[in-house]
Design a protein around this ligand. Structure first.
Ligand SMILES: *Cc1c(COP(=O)(O)O)cnc(C)c1O
Length: 377
């Protein structure tokens, strides 16, 4: 029996849930009102409260982040080609295919793991209409440089900000950069509504348009202006979000403490590079490590070793999006075009991080990583 082996499985994340009793009054209220969806009172209250919490003016709630991404592209009539990152969750590129847009993959920066702005211009063609970067692990993209390029070439910028809840940059919300930003409130994210998402727009007119699109394109009872989708968030999800919002600062503080503990504990393990994107301006939703050549085990061997010890780390993001069958034939998916993303994808492992994780568990996981290294040498 290994002293560091946790008794029960530890997964990479665990949703942060308030006590069930706290949610019952909200449910009772929804039962009483019989308003279940279609922009009811909880939906309105959550839009208001989230806008205030995040420091953004125009926010449209969605049933999930993927529908929000698809609608964000539709709302700006993006077409042709869009420059994006291969190092993300697959929904980033899928949202382009759903709009009949061709993704053009550009390599990432080795430090931030975000789209490398120095490589964007070379990928622009007459068909390019937008850039869709991701604030990977909640670390802001080089928003100033991306803005400069977008301005010069007349491109739109839509940020997949699924990881960037509450992240600030230069004293403001990172969600205020670009034309639109998209959040996910999926159960695995820093703030969750079970399933959910949002589009942040920069003016009231755009928000209104997006609100039409998420309701089948209805403007009023008899006017439909586009082939909109059903992207509405239900009253139950919105009410849960309101309750979650009360505890979100405490949850983020716990994540930060865990993040710092890992960093401390892993600093001396040779061949393990911690959270290389730096801790500045992230919400500590993820703890990525890179398993480098100096470590005695391969990334996959460490992944298996941890699993054998009840620790379920995840290889986010492996495989790259550009390796999936619907993308890999594209010229921009070629290995030679994406050397940094390939290397990071081969080395990365995201360690468990969630508010309920105990410091002793963090220490045990760090000790397993240090010990696996010794065992293998
Ligand atoms: C979670 C996630 C999404 C999808 O969000 P859902 O709410 O699950 O649809 C999109 N992009 C990234 C980068 C994500 O991590």
């Amino acid at each position: 029996m290994d002293a560091n082996k946790p008794a029960a499985p530890i997964y990479v994340t665990q949703p942060d849930l308030p006590p069930l009793e706290d949610f019952l009054p909200y449910l009772q209220d929804i039962w009483n009102s019989k308003t279940l969806t279609n922009g009811g009172p909880y939906h309105q209250r959550l839009e208001q409260a989230l806008g205030e919490y995040l420091g953004v003016k125009h926010l449209s709630l969605f049933a999930n982040g993927t529908l929000a991404l698809i609608t964000a592209l539709q709302s700006l009539r993006i077409h042709g080609e869009v420059i994006t990152t291969p190092y993300s969750f697959v929904a980033t590129a899928h949202s382009l295919l759903w709009n009949n847009i061709k993704p053009v993959f550009v390599d990432i920066d080795p430090h931030s793991f975000n789209l490398d702005p120095a490589r964007i211009e070379a990928a622009i063609t007459p068909q390019t209409t937008a850039i869709m970067p991701v604030h990977c692990y909640g670390a802001p993209c080089d928003v100033e440089e991306i803005d400069r390029i977008a301005c010069n070439y007349g491109l739109r910028v839509i940020y997949d900000a699924a990881h960037a809840f509450g992240v600030r940059h230069q004293e403001r919300s990172v969600l205020e950069y670009g034309d639109l930003s998209v959040l996910s409130f999926h159960a695995t994210k820093a703030f969750n509504t079970f399933e959910g998402g949002a589009i942040i727009s920069q003016d009231a007119r755009m928000k209104r348009h997006i609100d039409h699109l998420k309701n089948f394109g209805f403007v009023d009872e008899v006017t439909v202006v586009a082939a909109g989708i059903n992207g509405k968030m239900s009253e139950i999800n919105a009410a849960f979000g309101l309750l979650q919002l009360q505890g979100v600062d405490a949850a983020l503080a716990k994540r930060r403490a865990i993040f710092e503990r890992y960093r401390q504990q892993l600093a001396t393990v040779a061949g393990i590079a911690s959270a290389p994107q730096g801790e500045a301006a992230s919400n500590h939703s993820y703890y990525p490590i890179l398993v480098q050549d100096a470590y005695p085990l391969s990334r996959d061997a460490l992944y298996q070793y941890l699993r054998d010890h009840n620790v379920y780390a995840r290889r986010y993001f492996h495989p790259l999006i550009s390796d999936f069958p619907m993308y890999r034939h594209m010229p921009s998916a070629a290995h030679a075009n994406l050397p940094v993303a390939r290397r990071v994808s081969a080395q990365v492992l995201c360690l468990p991080i969630f508010p309920a994780l105990e410091m002793e568990q963090v220490d045990a996981i760090a000790a397993l990583i240090a010990k696996a290294g010794l065992d293998g040498s």
